[in-house]
Ligand binder design. Structure first.
Ligand SMILES: [Zn+2]
Length: 422
């Protein structure tokens, strides 16, 4: 029997029991199941929705946050609200506003999601009921739609204070209701296929004195390069190991006093960056071991920018390809290897000439690989300081390089190497 059939049968018997409309009951059940709520719990929730308290479990005593585990079914928590962010999500075709954030008591901190919009704010003492689920390997409280969410008398001691302005360096995947004061370092409008068709968004890079992170403003507000802004109720999701700041419908964006976004990117090593699953704007130093195939003179599709082979684009077929240059090189720093992906401007420097020079050299030699060989001669065997964004996938680690300079004679490196020998 398929899952859909099973849900329909449960919905039918539940609707019968509650004397309710079967389609409506089925819809509610499906919504809950979509969020991996166990069927039994979903049925309980639907019963409560229809005012039936059959098989309603006893309200538990408040549990310490440190004691919560995904094996708990229904729990009750008394805690201070550290953050309460609203976000609109689409469930089975309907937009629903949920509240997300963190709760703390005197034993610990836990994330929560409330499936109904709540009216509590950071600093409020609340009692919430729901179930504990695992999310990103951590327990999280799912405050369900009919849970009792109310303020309690008296203050609760908590291990954390409600968060103030956060720094970019401390943000992690899953952070909600984040307040930031940042500068817009890069900004670009884009058209994407959203859930309601084509939509305009703004994406770019935010900076503060702690670091830089990519952002997306789904409401396409005016975020221009050089602006300083204060965001409230932003949220963070991870993409390829890198946290991304999101500004949504409920995020407020206001002009802020001019911020200094000067920032020296942190030094890292390949092993550390790979173990984090990626890194945004880091510096790595190591030796270039080889220059890979697909380096030197390449051809790109004028429509989508993809590299094409023999004038054939994967997406656009036979195209009038445009010449470009790039370098893909393997850099090893002793802890691991990363593939550097270097764009045209820096590749011209590595080659020691312009795209036009490269085209001429290739034409004279009737062979494009002479260009690749020149790049290899100038890079392989040297020590480099590279800056860029690292992403890690099944194919290994790639760094999109923004700066690349020789570090052969770097006294700091030499000193470090000498020290390493002891
Ligand atoms: Zn194409």
């Amino acid at each position: 029997m398929s899952d859909t059939q099973e849900v329909s049968e449960h919905a039918a018997s539940l609707a019968d029991e509650l004397d309710a409309d079967v389609d409506e009951v089925e819809e509610r059940l499906k919504n809950l199941l979509e969020y991996s709520v166990p069927l039994e719990e979903a049925e309980r929730t639907v019963r409560r929705r229809y005012g039936s308290d059959a098989s309603e479990p006893e309200t538990a005593e408040a549990t310490d946050i440190a004691e919560l585990s995904p094996s708990d079914s229904r729990v009750s928590v008394e805690a201070v609200v550290l953050s309460a962010g609203r976000r609109s999500i689409r469930v089975s075709g309907d937009d629903t506003v949920i509240t997300e954030g963190e709760l703390a008591d005197d034993t610990g901190v836990i994330s929560y999601t409330a499936w109904d919009e709540t009216d509590f704010d950071p600093g409020d003492s609340v009692r919430v009921e729901g179930e504990v689920r695992e999310w990103n390997g951590e327990p999280q409280v799912n405050v369900d739609s009919s849970a009792d969410v109310r303020g309690i008398d008296g203050d609760i001691d908590a291990v954390e204070e409600p968060y103030g302005v956060r720094s970019l360096a401390e943000l992690e995947d899953g952070d909600r209701a984040v307040t930031l004061e940042v500068g817009v370092v890069e900004s670009e409008e884009k058209t994407i296929q959203g859930r309601d068709g084509e939509t305009e968004i703004t994406s770019g890079v935010f900076g503060d004195s702690s670091g830089r992170l990519p952002f997306t403003d789904w409401e396409n507000r005016d975020l221009d390069e050089g602006d300083s802004v204060r965001l409230e109720n932003a949220y963070v999701n991870e993409y390829r190991g890198i946290p991304q700041v999101n500004a949504g419908e409920f995020t407020t964006v206001e002009e802020a006093d001019d911020l200094d976004v000067d920032h020296t990117p942190p030094e890292s090593d390949v092993a550390e960056t790979v173990s984090k699953g990626g890194d945004f704007d880091v510096v790595v130093r190591g030796n270039v071991l080889s220059v890979k195939e697909g380096s030197g003179l390449i051809e790109r599709c004028p429509e989508c920018g993809r590299v094409v082979q023999k004038g054939q684009c994967r997406a656009h077929g036979d195209v009038d390809a445009e010449d470009d240059m790039r370098t893909k090189a393997v850099l090893d720093d002793g802890t691991g290897a990363v593939t550097l992906v270097v764009g045209r401007e820096l590749t011209e420097k590595l080659y020691g000439g312009t795209l036009k020079d490269a085209q001429e050299e290739a034409r004279d030699a009737m062979d494009k690989t002479v260009v690749t060989e020149s790049i290899a001669d100038n890079t392989v065997g040297h020590r480099w300081r590279v800056r860029g964004n690292v992403s890690v996938g099944d194919y290994g680690a790639n760094m999109n390089v923004s700066e690349m300079e020789k570090a052969d004679d770097d006294p700091a490196d030499a000193a470090r190497e000498v020290l390493d020998e002891f």
